[in-house]
Write a protein that binds this ligand. Structure first.
Ligand code: HEM
Length: 411
C-alpha cells in the first residue's frame, strides 16, 4: 500500500513531475485524484508522460486549455484510425470517433432524437417510471442506490430511446458495461469475453435494424439511423461502434451523476436543504451536479500536425488527453471547486459534456432525467442518507460508483 499511497493522493507532491501519472486507476478507486491534478494545473498544465500502460501521452488539465483543444478539431483529431477518443487505443468506429465531414453527416441523423419536442414526449415517460421506482423503495431500509435507482432509471430511459423490448432492457446495462470496459479491451483473455458480448449486441441489433428498415420510418434512434442516407448502410463495425456510443453515452454517464449527487448532498447537506426550500434552483443545481461529479474523466485526441499548446511543443501523432475532471476543478474558473454549491453562478461553464463540435448530444436528456429524479425526491420529502462508504471502480472508463448503500427517511 505504501507504493500506492506515494503514487496517489496526498503524496503526489513528492513524485518527480515527469513521472506523475494521472492515468493510474487507483486514483479513482481511492478518490485521491484531487492533489495530483491540482499540482498539474499549477506546475504543468500541459504535461508529458513518456511511459505508461497506454504509451506516452500529454495531459491537459486547465479549463482554458481543454476548451482550446476542443475548439481545434483540425489539429486535435478524434478519428478512430489514430486510436479514437479514449486514452486506451480502441479503434471503434462511430461518429464521436470521427472528424468532419463524416462526423457532421452522422450527428445530423441522430440529433433530432434529442429535439425539444422529443424531450417533452420522453419527459412524461421518464417521470412516470421515476415515480414508480421511488415509490417501490422501502423507507428506512438499506439498499444499493446505484443498482436500484441510477442503473434502473438510465436503463429504462435507454429502452425508451431505442424502443427496446422492455423485459430485455437489462441487456443494455450489460452491453454498456462491456463496451466501455477499456481495461478488458487491453487484456488478451478479457478482450475475448468482451468481443463475445459485443458480438451478441451486434447480432441482436442487426435483427432490430433490419426489422425497422422494412417498416415505415419511426422516431426511435434505430429507425432514424436505419432510414437515413448517411447511416442506413453502415458496415458491421460502424453499426457496432455507433450503438455502443449511444448505449454507453446514455447509460453510465447519467447513472454516475444520479449517484454522485447523493454523495454530494451527504457531504453538503445544507445544499439539499437549500434546494428543497427553493426548487427554482433546480435549473442551476443540475449542471452543478454534473460539474461536481464529472462522469466522464477524460477524452483523448491525436495531434495531426506539430503544434504548440500552453508553451509545449506537441508532435504530430502524439496522444493528447483532456482531463475534464481537472478542468471542472480549475480554481481560476470555479471558486471553491470541490464544494457542491447549488446556486453557483457559473455552474454551466463546466466541461463535463465536452465543448465544440463533439459536445454531448444527450446533454439535455441527461439534465432532464436528473431534474425529474430530484423533483420527485423533493415532492416525496425524501432525504437519502449514506449507510456506508460507496465503492468506486478502478477504471478510466468513467467516473462513478459500483455500489452506494443508502437509507431513505422522509422529513
Ligand atoms: C451526465 C450525462 C452525460 C455526460 C457527462 C456526457 C458526456 C459526454 C462527453 C464528454 C462527450 C464528448 C464530448 C467531446 O468530445 O467534446 C459526449 C458525447 C456524446 N454523448 Fe454524452 N454524456 C452524457 C449523457 C448522454 C446521453 C443521455 C446520451 C444519449 C443517449 C449521450 C450521447 C452522446 C453522443 C451521441 C455523443 C457524441 C457527440 C458527437 O461526437 O458529436 N450522452 N458525452
Amino acid at each position: 500500500m505504501q507504493a500506492l499511497a506515494e503514487t496517489t493522493g496526498g503524496n503526489a507532491a513528492d513524485i518527480p513531475l515527469d513521472q506523475l501519472d494521472v492515468s493510474e486507476v487507483q486514483l479513482y478507486a481511492q478518490d485521491s485524484w484531487r492533489t495530483p491534478f491540482a499540482r498539474l494545473r499549477r506546475e504543468a498544465p500541459v504535461h508529458f508522460l513518456s511511459e505508461s500502460p497506454h504509451g506516452p501521452f500529454w495531459s491537459v488539465t486547465t479549463h482554458e486549455l481543454i476548451t482550446y483543444v476542443e475548439s481545434h478539431p483540425e489539429i486535435f483529431s478524434s478519428d478512430f484510425k489514430y486510436g479514437g477518443i479514449s486514452i486506451v487505443d480502441l479503434y471503434m468506429q462511430n461518429f464521436l470517433s470521427s472528424d468532419r465531414p463524416r462526423h457532421t453527416e452522422q450527428r445530423k441523423v441522430v440529433a433530432p432524437a434529442f429535439s425539444p419536442s422529443e424531450l417533452l414526449r420522453m419527459g412524461a415517460a421518464i417521470r412516470k417510471r421515476t415515480s414508480e421506482r421511488l415509490d417501490a423503495i422501502a423507507i428506512g431500509e438499506t439498499f444499493d442506490w446505484v443498482d436500484n435507482v441510477s442503473v434502473e432509471l438510465t436503463t429504462q430511459m435507454l429502452a425508451i430511446l431505442f424502443d427496446f423490448p422492455w423485459e430485455d432492457r437489462r441487456q443494455l446495462t450489460e452491453w454498456s458495461h462491456w463496451s466501455r470496459n477499456v481495461e478488458a479491451a487491453r487484456d488478451p483473455e478479457m478482450s475475448k469475453v468482451r468481443d463475445a458480448h459485443m458480438h451478441a449486441m451486434t447480432t441482436y441489433f442487426n435483427g432490430v435494424w433490419a426489422e425497422k428498415k422494412n417498416q415505415a420510418p419511426g422516431t426511435d434512434l434505430i429507425s432514424r439511423m436505419a432510414h437515413s442516407e448517411a447511416m442506413g448502410d453502415l458496415t458491421w463495425e460502424e453499426k457496432l461502434g455507433n450503438l455502443a456510443l449511444l448505449i454507453v453515452g446514455g447509460n453510465d454517464t447519467t447513472r454516475n451523476s444520479m449517484s454522485g449527487m447523493i454523495l454530494a448532498f451527504n457531504q453538503f447537506p445544507e445544499q439539499w436543504a437549500k434546494l428543497r426550500a427553493d426548487p427554482s434552483l433546480l435549473d442551476n443545481a443540475v449542471p452543478e451536479i454534473v460539474r461536481w461529479q464529472t462522469p466522464v474523466l477524460s477524452m483523448r485526441r491525436t495531434c495531426v500536425e506539430n503544434t504548440e499548446l500552453g508553451g509545449q511543443q506537441i508532435k504530430k501523432g502524439q496522444k493528447v488527453v483532456m482531463w475534464y475532471i481537472s478542468g471542472n476543478r480549475d480554481e481560476t474558473v470555479f471558486e471553491e471547486p470541490d464544494r457542491l454549491i447549488v446556486d453557483r453562478e457559473n455552474a454551466r461553464q463546466h466541461v463535463s459534456f465536452g465543448f465544440g463540435i463533439h459536445r454531448c448530444l444527450g446533454s439535455r436528456l441527461a439534465e432532464l432525467q436528473i431534474r425529474i429524479l430530484l423533483e420527485e425526491m423533493i415532492r416525496r420529502r425524501m432525504v437519502v442518507e449514506l449507510a456506508s462508504e460507496p465503492v468506486r471502480p478502478a477504471t478510466l472508463a468513467g467516473h462513478g460508483f459500483e455500489t452506494m448503500p443508502v437509507r431513505i427517511r422522509i422529513d
